[in-house]
Design a protein around this ligand. Sequence first.
Ligand code: 2BA
Length: 107
Amino acid sequence: MKMIVAIIQDKDSAELGDAFTNADVRATKLSSTGGFLRAGNTTFLIGVENEKVQDVLDIIKETSHARQEFMTPPISMTADAAIQAPIEVQVGGATVFILPVEGFHRF
Ligand code: 2BA
């Protein structure tokens, strides 16, 4: 069994949640915040049997879209505090970690 941790953009979370339900994939949705943009994103925790991992990855890939966002860099990131122009950042469709699961219990 594996635990898939998928960080996706809030805009895609409803569609991804529906896709998981339709595919009978059990998931937990957490509200999270990106460390760089400090904007809200969504983290799904999905516990799945090894043979279903690829199916889940396919669903995430189909549903998650990369987008361009703008952020104003903090003063510490700019050479000159007077230059505070927003920079364009490409936010990925999904950042996914796959972890081994030692145990799974439902009581
Ligand atoms: P954020 O940390 O808010 O990052 C949003 C986007 O900003 C990133 O998109 C990346 O394109 C850019 N970015 C992040 N850190 C940067 C830096 N130090 N310098 C320049 N650009 C930077 P993604 O890579 O697609 O990441 C989307 C979100 O996934 C992240 O939001 C974060 O919440 C999560 N994430 C990404 N990599 C992670 C990792 N290795 N561990 C934990 N969470 C991660």
